[in-house]
Design a protein around this ligand. Structure first.
Ligand code: HT7
Ligand code: ZN
Length: 849
């Protein structure tokens, strides 16, 4: 396997002025004609085109058909030597989309032809310079059976509908904006659609269409509303307008990720388009809003300005995630959004950063680029942009992004170019800040406080973990928001400190008594705070920053859980008191729902040097039980105050009420009582929303096997024809805390709805089981064996899916010895499997190192 290095980057030797593609789609095969106009930039260069799994039919150079002695065609390339300075190359090749189970290039999702080209899928369609720094003007003609595929789409504006010939018809699309091949897209199918329009700030009327499977058009309204809001927001916040006459979105069921920002023709996993109250949860609605916006925002951050090479991926992804997070914060509760973003970061990215696959947001090498669409590149990348936003302030940040757009429009650039624009309007140490792009691992910050004679000294010591290879890393540069409060909770001092050294002290004067510290407000830097002897109860009650207040509630619970792990009979009364105060808090209900959440097992696991899940579950069960027992009456009251089973509205108040009462129901489930089971049963049967039904099912599954079975059967019969809802069914059962889950997961694979070729279903059943720590890490090793067998099997169908599943083994070096031994055997079995893909090989071999 070949490793690609950033340091080896070389400019392309050719440019492609234009590319003209014709696709003739048939039931067995697809014929592609590709006419490209080249210009040579490097006198001595041969033309080496990327080409994978392509059946070559004809190569014509400036009108002359080339004999097979004029070119070489191997598994990965098509090479032509002695080409002139400028020339036209016409290539005809054949592909087999119906046999494409990798879901890269042109493939079929059900009855729909669709494409996925990022990062290197275009080379599976036709020979090309398949790299993001080769940008060209694309014209695409799609020809197919008129009855089966009445809708024919490609990038850009529709320029021509060809007269039908026999049973076939054709449409030509032209995209005037130069783009790299990874943004190419094509769709053909018999689809329903909804349509709307948007008038841009400069008065252009844009047609908006969302295409869905037949019968699903009533589920696309939320996606359309989200798109219009995103278009408006990007004009207001970033001054960015849309630049074509048409914006198309297509929803497909078989898709490796969430969605893809192809120019003017986004292709989406249907899970991020389709929703109504009966089939989608509130979280699903929010997810749609954010992914629709994310893909739309890519039009400027990714498409108009793209990446020079794939090492620059965070240039577009980190920035676009930051943009979608800010958008969601503006559309909903900003305090809840920030906490949820941080929660997601810590659950996925912090875990990755502490694992053998840790890498900087700008990696230095890769074997398979597909493996680098990671939480680090995306979510940590977004935190890095957020820090720049904090350092510059809103106004200067806007000036800097304006400069970035003006300077680099139409180009393929580097993260350094973005940072240059930031530096033009920011006072910060750019060279030092750049370490965020080059170093891996989560920095931690040890806090020491001293108070004497009215002076308060804060000493902060930074520790950046070693690289995966053991080498040392340097202290980072970041903004740290803090506040100092008096005993009544009044803020005496609020400051943004700049942290840049391994250890430094900050002095504050004029205090009559030792102030209380609130640190890393808004989570201003993606670091771990290590602070002893904190009065969490005080902060839970008085902190004025919604993030650090939440953090105090979490940290207090974490400290108590670790106490319980040492001695299950420890005194926890102080924590219970503080929890009681939270229940009384008069605050936004969705924020309150977050405050009342106990730390996840994943959060606790991250604090263990050697991971053993059993004591974690035991401690959490105990704390959950004590909380529920002490506050049963109050929780029930809160539940009924907010339970409105017939309200399926999506306004923020209704969503918040559902969030709070479902949190309360989950807390009460720790009692495992008949009464709570009855409440959950009632909620399942009579609520109108999927949000309520899912929580009720989850609670029943954890406390009453009999009632659970009845409810799950009902759910199955009601939704078995809706694959998106069936994903929830599989996921709930795979996440079950009830004994015997592995057997049930194995049996579910034979369910007629389950299909190993559909990534959403694999993620819901196998992927969720691999995160059911209790059973995946079972001491008999059967969880590991099951997953590794699945990885080997799925690797043959879809390597991207298989390598994603391998991620569950990242925890390997931290596991207790007995589990480690079992894991090692299964991992070795995967890497030594003949013909294992480079995707899976890269992940598993890194874990084993
Ligand atoms: N830019 C996209 C990344 C991507 C992808 C999407 C769908 C299927 C396979 C894919 N490989 C890479 C998604 C995004 O960040 O918007
Ligand atoms: Zn993206």
């Amino acid at each position: 396997v070949q490793e690609i290095f950033l340091k080896d980057y070389k400019k392309p030797s050719f440019t492609i002025e234009s590319v003209n593609l014709t696709f003739e789609l048939f039931e067995e095969e697809t014929n592609v004609t590709n006419i490209m106009k080249f210009e040579k930039l490097d006198e001595s260069a041969d033309l080496v085109l990327d080409a994978q799994e392509l059946e070559l039919k004809e190569v014509v150079l400036d009108g002359e058909v080339l004999g097979s002695d004029r070119y070489t065609h191997d598994e990965e390339t098509l090479t032509i030597s002695n080409v002139p300075q400028e020339f036209t190359l016409e290539i005809r090749n054949r592909i087999y989309p119906q046999k494409n189970t990798e879901l890269e290039g042109l493939y079929k999702s059900g009855d729909i032809f669709c494409t996925q080209c990022e990062p290197e899928g275009f080379r599976r369609i036709t020979p090309y310079l398949d790299r993001p720094d080769v940008m060209s003007i694309f014209t695409t003609t799609v020809i197919a059976d008129q009855k089966k595929y009445p809708i024919l789409l490609a990038n850009g504006n529709k320029v021509h509908c060809h007269e039908s010939f026999n049973t076939r018809h054709g449409v030509t699309w032209h995209d005037p904006h130069p783009k790299p091949s990874y943004l190419f897209a094509l769709v053909a199918g018999d689809l329903d659609f909804i349509t709307d329009s948007f008038v841009t700030a400069s008065g252009n009327d844009v047609e908006l269409n969302i295409y869905v499977d037949k019968g699903n058009s009533d589920k696309a309204d939320h996606a359309m509303k989200s798109l219009i809001n995103a278009m408006k927001w990007d004009e207001e916040k970033y001054g960015r307008e849309y630049d074509l006459d048409i914006y198309n979105i297509v929803a497909v069921d078989s898709f490796n990720m969430g969605a893809m920002e192809n120019k003017g023709l986004n292709i989406f996993n249907s899970a991020y388009v389709l929703a109504d109250a009966d089939t989608a949860t509130d979280a699903n609605f929010m997810g749609i809003e954010s992914v629709i916006a994310h893909e739309y925002f890519h039009n400027w951050t990714g498409n108009r300005i793209t990446c020079r090479n794939w090492f620059q991926l965070t240039l577009k992804e980190g920035l676009t995630v930051f943009r979608d997070q800010c958008f969601s914060a503006d559309m909903n509760s900003s305090e809840v959004q920030r906490i949820q973003d941080v929660k997601a970061l810590r659950e996925r990215q912090f875990v990755e950063d502490a694992s053998p696959t840790a890498h900087p947001i700008q990696p230095k090498s890769y074997i398979s680029m597909n493996n680098f669409y990671t939480a680090t590149v995306y979510e940590k990348g977004a935190e890095v942009i957020r820090m720049l936003h904090t350092l510059l302030g809103e106004e200067n940040y806007r000036k800097a992004t304006d400069l970035y757009f003006e300077t680099f429009d139409g180009q393929a650039v580097r993260t350094d170019d973005f940072l240059w624009a930031m530096k033009e309007y920011g006072e910060f140490d750019l060279e030092h800040f750049k370490l965020w792009y080059d170093q891996s691992g989560t920095p931690s910050l040890e806090v020491e406080e001293n108070y004497a004679d009215g002076k308060y000294t804060l000493t902060l010591t930074q520790n950046v973990p070693n690289k995966v290879d053991g080498s040392l890393q340097k202290a980072m540069y970041f903004p740290l928001k803090i506040a100092l409060m008096d005993k009544t909770g009044a803020v005496a001092e609020e400051k943004m400190l700049i942290i840049s050294k391994e250890s430094e002290s900050f002095m504050f004067e004029g205090f009559e008594e030792k102030p209380v510290l609130s640190i890393n407000r808004d989570f201003s830097a993606p670091v771990i705070i290590k602070h002893q002897d904190v009065d969490f109860a005080f902060l839970m009650q008085h902190d004025t920053n919604s993030f650090t207040k939440y953090e105090a509630a979490q940290e207090f619970a974490i400290s108590i859980l670790f106490k319980l792990m040492e001695d299950i009979e420890s005194d926890i009364s102080e924590y219970l008191e503080a929890f009681g105060a939270l229940l009384e808090l008069d605050t936004d209900l969705s924020y309150k729902a977050l405050l009342l959440e106990l730390p996840s097992i994943s959060t606790l696991m991250q604090k263990q040097d050697v991971v053993d899940f059993e004591p974690l579950y035991k401690a959490k069960d105990k704390l959950s039980y004590e909380v529920a027992k002490k506050y049963e009456a109050k929780l029930l009251k809160l539940y009924f105050q907010n339970h409105e089973p017939l309200n399926s509205a999506l306004d923020s108040k209704s969503i918040a009420k559902r969030a709070l009462k479902n949190r309360v129901l989950s807390l009460l489930s720790a009692l495992e009582s008949k009464e709570i089971a009855a409440v959950a049963k009632e909620q399942y049967e009579h609520s109108l929303t999927m949000t309520d039904r899912i929580t009720a099912l989850d609670v029943l599954e954890s406390i009453d096997a009999e009632l659970s079975e009845i409810a799950f059967n009902d759910f199955y019969n009601r939704y078995k024809n809706n694959t998106l809802v069936m994903n929830k069914y599989f996921a709930l059962l795979a996440a079950s805390p009830r004994e015997g889950v592995l057997d049930r997961v194995m049996a579910l694979q034979n369910d007629e709805v389950y299909d190993e070729k559909v990534p959403n279903l694999v993620r819901s059943l196998i992927g969720v089981f691999a995160r059911n720590y209790k059973y995946f890490h079972a001491k008999d090793g059967y969880g590991y064996k099951f997953l590794s067998d699945k990885i080997i099997e799925i690797d043959k169908i879809n390597p991207q899916m298989a390598s994603a599943l391998s991620g569950a083994f990242k925890i390997y070096p931290k596991m207790i010895e007995s589990n480690k031994k079992l894991m090692k055997a299964t991992l070795e079995c995967i890497v030594s499997t003949q013909g294992i893909s480079k995707n899976t090989f890269e992940i598993v071999s890194k874990i084993l190192k």
